[in-house]
Design a protein around this ligand. Sequence first.
Ligand code: AMP
Length: 215
Amino acid sequence: MSQPKLLLLGPPGAGKGTQSANLVERFGIEHVTTGDALRSNKGMDISHLDTEYDTPGAYMDAGELVPDEVVNEIVRTALEDADGFVLDGYPRNLDQAEYLADITDLDVVVSLSVPTDELVRRLTGRRVCSECGTNYHVEFDQPETEGVCDECGGELVQRDDDTEETVRERLRVFEENTAPVIEFYDEEGELVTVDGEGAPGEVWKRLESAVEARL
Ligand code: AMP
């Protein structure tokens, strides 16, 4: 059997990145995440698309969605090369969901569910290593030395879009655009909802059994 094709849905801060890493290790699949791909291409010139801003970074810093043309292309290329994957951060609206349905068949679609107050606390407290990308949290997951990465000694910084104002906007955009995507998969009868509250290890146990039960 070929490797599983998984989709992890959920609001910003639900733990999609952390849980995707677990899925990658468990199933030997690739992690395809539009957020990271766009962060590596923040300055790309997209002015030819005649959209509101000229770069992906400008949308990201405002907490808005990057245009579908840009994101769909990133995903198409990444999925073409992958033997099994977990897709994280995409699709974020119904048009993207329809595009995805045209280019691949998914084995399992999971929605990670976390209350809004908890999401704000997780996101505004998140710190990221500027060198290796490891995540920390000012309350829940502190490094040994404040501001310094345990893994590589790099400087810990706050993501530009993890400030309270942008976080609230990202959650609003999620409700408006991405909540309908979750409904779309639910109506197709493909969706499994996993409780994303609690320690990462506890969430992983629930997620792993939910995915295994459906493969
Ligand atoms: P994330 O790391 O998934 O929270 O994504 C960070 C930012 O990247 C989002 O706030 C959007 O500006 C942009 N982004 C990521 N994935 C998508 C997507 N599928 N469609 C549009 N914009 C996206």
